[in-house]
Design a protein around this ligand. Structure first.
Ligand SMILES: [Zn+2]
Length: 343
């Protein structure tokens, strides 16, 4: 790989010596209110000798909270002396977005998880993406990227991996998914227009570490059940990576394994109006089944528009707000994983 340009961000923590190091990554940002100031992106490093490194990230989308809370709790409870290797906590990855409780940055509207590989001299969000891809990911053996549904979506608490063509790498990801122990776990093909190369998953494929993601709750709220699943999963990932001892493993029932494929797994609003859902999270549904109805209160006599599922599956995700605009995601499904994909 060619030598990348250095990141302009300046970490104020020591990644390489044993101990607990808490500080900031400085992102210099000159504004009307702060001519020579920097954005302080929090980071905590725990290291005890040579060993594997886990990078635990939250706040890529600033309105997803379970991961941010789980990493705050871990920042206080983890004892570096009990580790073999290193744990890096990066709980507000898109710091401006997380500070504002918004999915995207209020500075540049950047969606961090669509910005990779970023640019060293780009917008604030592009600079953060570049730092994560070229400074943090190369240090990591395993990455846990903690998402939830955000303001517009609600999920069954789930862990996920991306399908990859290398069977050995796929098997490693599958064992990581099982180790996390979420009630639902799914494998995504990334067929819903997310631009896989611009996500952290694309960055991890380029830089090498294994990556597991989550979708925990959502609706701009915090779910205590989803938070408990996140905390258990993080601990089990650290055990699985060999960073925490086996005795720290937290028992979890086996995950129900599903997959999320192409556009037929998704239902999008075909009209702008008020959305009436006709099913709930976890419901089994079939192709042609009514998913919801869009009403037009501005024109009460206008016939409502029904929306249907395009395939069989289980409802993994649903839209939260009642007002909807043509093109919004209303639902997505998961389908049972075939035996050939179970590794
Ligand atoms: Zn997210």
């Amino acid at each position: 790989m060619s030598n990348p340009d250095p990141s302009e961000l300046v970490p104020q923590v020591d990644f390489e010596t044993d101990g607990r190091h808490e500080g900031f990554v400085r992102l210099f940002h000159s504004t009307h209110a702060s001519a020579y100031g920097f954005l302080p992106i929090p980071v905590v490093v725990f290291r005890n000798g040579n060993g594997p490194t886990a990078l635990l990230m939250a706040g890529s989308h600033g309105d997803e909270f379970e991961g941010q809370i789980a990493l705050c709790k871990l920042a206080k409870s983890l004892d570096y002396r009990g580790l073999h290797g290193r744990v890096i906590l990066f709980p507000m990855a898109n710091f401006p977005a997380a500070s504002a409780g918004l999915r995207t940055s209020p500075i540049d509207n950047g969606n961090l998880n669509r910005c990779y590989p970023g640019r060293p001299n780009g917008t604030v969000t592009e600079q953060i993406a570049y730092f994560i891809e070229h400074v943090l990911l190369p240090k990591a053996d395993v990455v846990c990227d903690l998402h939830s549904g955000g303001s517009s979506l609600q999920y069954l608490p789930s862990a996920l991996i991306r399908r990859c063509p290398d069977p050995d790498r796929y098997a490693l990801h599958l064992s990581l998914l099982r180790a996390f122990g979420a009630p639902h776990a799914y494998i995504t093909g990334g067929g819903n227009g997310t631009g896989a190369q611009q996500t952290l998953r694309g960055a991890a494929e380029r830089q090498g570490p294994l990556l597991i993601g989550t979708e925990l709750g959502g609706g701009n709220t915090v779910s205590s059940d989803a938070l408990r699943i996140a905390e258990r999963g993080i601990c089990n990932v650290l055990v699985h990576a060999g960073i925490l001892p086996e005795s720290m493993q937290v028992a979890a029932p086996p995950s129900r394994l599903l997959e999320v494929g192409g556009p037929e797994y998704f239902v999008y609003a075909g009209e702008t109006g008020v959305f009436e859902p006709r099913c709930d999270l976890g419901d089994p549904v079939s192709k042609g089944q009514l998913s919801g109805t869009i009403h037009f209160p501005e024109t009460p006599g206008k016939p409502a528009v029904d929306q249907y599922f395009a395939r069989d599956g289980t409802v993994l995700c649903k839209r939260v707000p009642g007002r909807t605009t043509r093109g919004d995601c209303l639902f997505h499904l998961g389908s049972e994983l075939s035996g050939d994909d179970l590794g």
